[in-house]
Each structure stands twice: as structure tokens, then as C-alpha cells.
Design a protein around this ligand. Structure first.
Ligand code: ADP
Ligand code: MG
Length: 388
């Protein structure tokens, strides 16, 4: 007998809950940002890839206008009439999937005529590990509803739908990075995204051919001030752009930094320098990949980490230890990934060194008395798709 896939399991979970088979199954992945941190809301560049952990959603048709949603993540199922769908009517975990249903209406879908649906979700993306379990949910639901309701929205628009749900319904002021990665990625590639024009280009990583892996080190640390810290960094960036007289920090270049230092206060200058240098590092990473392959991007990953640690100040001691230990034991490059104040680091590693680095990081954490990290390899994978 072959093993049940997450697709079969989610379909079976749907049948168990709703007493009939789903009409289809869709999935969308979480993501890792290879480089380009906090640049998205500064109209800059990011370079994420989708991972092989995915949210899977089974969808069943209904004759009425009711939407029901359940998830293996929680015993709490939610039911709402499509006429009652407003940002204010949604809270808790269902703000993600039902927020997407509402947001589709904001991008041209006529929700007054579509039929209701039953939805059942199961996801292998760990929550709160900096791998965007939220975008995986949003993107899988967006694609499923777009298909089922024949809306014909393209993927960049579906990414905006997920972002709007997160901004307006969940209330998290996040950029377009996560949803774009989840919807636009291809296997063994990353998405070079210009967050101003929203132009996206899929760039092959060639990790398989080069015998390289990306190891995630989840510190299992989430700091209470993560949300406040994120908002404070956004505010610094906005104030820096205002003082420099530009629309956003995207318009400031490395060569402008000397002048910026003379007009900004010391802290704002360091925040600005992170964004400006990080944008340049994303461009350099894409060029280096094309010219020399993934084995050559290590110094850019390392420099990104130093910038997040010293200039943007969004790392924590556990993350810094994960990065320095990986670097000390042969990683090609390593950096924190995600919004910061906890979460995960990534290390680009020769396949054979993965177990060595996992062991050394675990030992270093134990020595410091830190909670044990969770480590796993992620494979750059295909974006959202219909599975059944
Ligand atoms: P992350 O960094 O993982 O995206 P967020 O705080 O942005 O963290 O999103 C996590 C939230 O997304 C969870 O608290 C929950 O509300 C929702 N979520 C994630 N995975 C699931 C799931 N499998 N089922 C239901 N909701 C989920
Ligand atoms: Mg999230």
C-alpha cells in the first residue's frame, strides 16, 4: 500500500467533517526569504522561495450562500453567510481564510452572486517559525476560491488579495513578499521581486545540481515585542525617507549614504543604511547567482545578517548564535530570515555538512542554556497549485 499523501488526508478530513467528498484540493507553500529583509515595505527588492511545507485545502460546493471553514490546527470551526462578510465580522484564525474571501470582493469578484463553500485546511507549515504559515493559508484559499468561483484573477492579483486580508482583516501591516513567494515560486528557484513595480522574475538556484541545501534553524523564540518592533522599524524607515525627501527608501542608493549620515539622527541612519545596503545585496545576489552559482552567494548572506544585527537591530542572541555557529562549522553563508525578534535562521550548506551543522548548533544552544532549536532542510518548491 502506498502512503496517504497530505492531499488524500485533507480530502479524507473534509469528508469526515462534512459528510461528503470535496470537489477539489489545492495547496500553497510557506516561504523562506533568501535575502532582502524589511525591504518589501520600502518599495525595494526581495528574493524569497517557496518551501516544501504546504497548506492544503479541500473545498466542497454548497447550494446556499454559507461558508464554513475548519482546520486540523484548531477544533474551532467557523461559519458565516457571504452577505455578512466584512473585516469587522472576522477575528481569530478564520480572519486568514475568510479574510481572503472578503478581499477577493475588493479585487473585482462579485461576491453577491457566488455560492457558499465548505473548506477544510491542513498545513505542514509550522506556525510562527518565520516561514509564513499565514501566507500558505491565504494563498491556498485564494487559488481555491478563484478556481471554484471562476474569478479568473491572475497570481499577482491573488498575492494582493492575501496581503489585503492580512492588512485589513487580520490587522498585520505586512508587505507583498510572503504571498508572492507562495504563489509565484518554481522548484529549485527563487522569486526576484521588485516590490515597487511588482515585477517578478523566477531565478534558478541550482541547489540540486550543486549539492547544496538550505538548512532552517528555528530558534523556537518569539518575542512579545515582535509586532511593536516591526511597526517601530517601519516608522523609522518612513521618517528616514521623509527627512531625505524621497518617496521611499528604494530611492536612496549606497552612494547617497554619506550625505544621509549628515542629515539623519544616528539611529535612523543605521535603519536607513540597512535598507539601502540590503536592496543592493539582493541585486548582487541575483547577479552572483547568474554568474557564479549559489556556492558564491555566501558573503552576501553573511553581510545581510550583520546588517540586521547591528544596523536594523532585529536579531536576538539565539539567532546570532545559530548564525555564527553555522558559519564556524563550514556553512557557505548564514543569516536570520523573516521579520526578526526571534524566528529562524537559514544556512546555505554543502549537503554532507548538514548533520554536522545541526549537531553543532544544538550543542551550542545547550551550552548557553537556550531552548533546543528545531532544524530542518527546506527544498525550494513549486508555488500554489491545484492538486486534485
Ligand atoms: P507565520 O510567521 O507563521 O505566518 P503569523 O502570525 O503571520 O505567523 O500567522 C500565524 C497564524 O496563521 C496562526 O496564528 C493562525 O491564525 C493562522 N494559521 C496558520 N496555520 C494555520 C492552520 N493550519 N490552520 C488555521 N490557521 C492557521
Ligand atoms: Mg505570517
Amino acid at each position: 500500500m502506498t502512503e496517504a499523501t497530505p492531499i488524500d488526508e485533507t480530502a479524507a478530513g473534509f469528508s469526515e467533517r462534512y459528510g461528503r467528498a470535496p470537489v477539489g484540493v489545492w495547496s500553497a507553500p510557506g516561504r523562506v526569504n533568501l535575502i532582502g529583509e524589511h525591504t518589501d515595505y520600502n518599495d525595494g527588492f526581495v528574493f524569497p522561495f517557496a518551501i516544501d511545507q504546504r497548506a492544503v485545502v479541500a473545498l466542497g460546493a454548497r447550494d446556499d450562500r454559507v461558508v464554513r471553514v475548519s482546520s486540523t490546527f484548531t477544533p474551532e470551526a467557523v461559519e458565516i453567510h457571504l452577505d455578512d462578510l466584512t473585516p469587522e465580522s472576522l477575528d481569530g484564525w478564520s480572519a486568514y481564510p475568510l479574510g481572503v474571501a472578503w478581499a477577493l470582493g475588493q479585487f473585482g469578484a462579485d461576491l453577491s452572486t457566488v455560492p457558499g463553500v465548505d473548506l477544510h485546511i491542513s498545513s505542514s507549515v509550522p506556525v510562527g517559525a518565520g516561514l509564513s504559515s499565514s501566507a500558505a493559508i491565504e494563498s491556498s484559499i485564494a487559488l481555491a476560491l478563484d478556481d471554484h468561483w471562476n474569478l479568473g484573477l491572475d497570481r499577482p492579483t491573488l498575492a494582493k488579495v492575501g496581503q489585503l486580508a492580512e492588512n485589513r482583516v487580520v490587522g498585520a501591516p505586512t508587505g507583498i513578499l510572503d504571498q508572492s513567494a507562495s504563489l509565484l515560486s518554481h522548484a529549485d528557484a527563487a522569486v526576484f521581486l521588485d516590490c515597487r513595480s511588482l515585477d517578478a522574475e523566477v531565478i534558478p538556484l541550482g541547489l540540486v545540481a550543486d549539492g547544496l541545501s538550505i538548512l532552517v534553524i528555528d530558534t523556537n523564540v518569539t518575542h512579545a515585542h515582535a509586532t511593536g518592533g516591526y511597526a517601530a522599524r517601519r516608522a523609522s524607515c518612513e521618517s528616514g525617507a521623509k527627512t531625505l525627501g524621497v518617496e521611499s527608501l528604494r530611492d536612496v542608493h549606497v552612494g547617497d549614504l554619506d550625505r544621509a549620515a549628515t542629515v539623519l539622527d544616528e539611529e535612523t541612519f543605521r535603519r536607513v543604511r540597512h535598507i539601502v545596503s540590503e536592496n543592493q545585496r539582493v541585486l548582487d545576489t541575483v547577479r552572483t547567482l547568474r554568474e557564479h552559482g549559489a556556492g558564491a552567494i555566501g558573503p552576501l548572506l553573511d553581510a545581510s545578517h550583520v546588517s540586521m544585527r547591528d544596523d536594523f537591530e532585529i536579531t536576538v542572541p539565539e539567532i546570532d548564535l545559530a548564525v555564527s555557529t553555522a558559519q564556524a562549522h563550514g556553512a557557505i553563508g548564514a543569516r536570520m530570515t523573516g521579520g526578526g525578534f526571534g524566528g529562524s535562521a537559514i544556512a546555505l550548506v554543502i549537503d554532507a555538512l548538514v548533520p554536522v551543522i545541526e549537531r553543532e548548533v544544538r550543542a551550542a544552544f545547550a551550552e548557553q542554556g537556550y531552548r533546543a532549536p528545531t532544524t530542518f532542510v527546506v527544498r525550494p518548491s513549486e508555488g500554489a497549485r491545484r492538486d486534485a
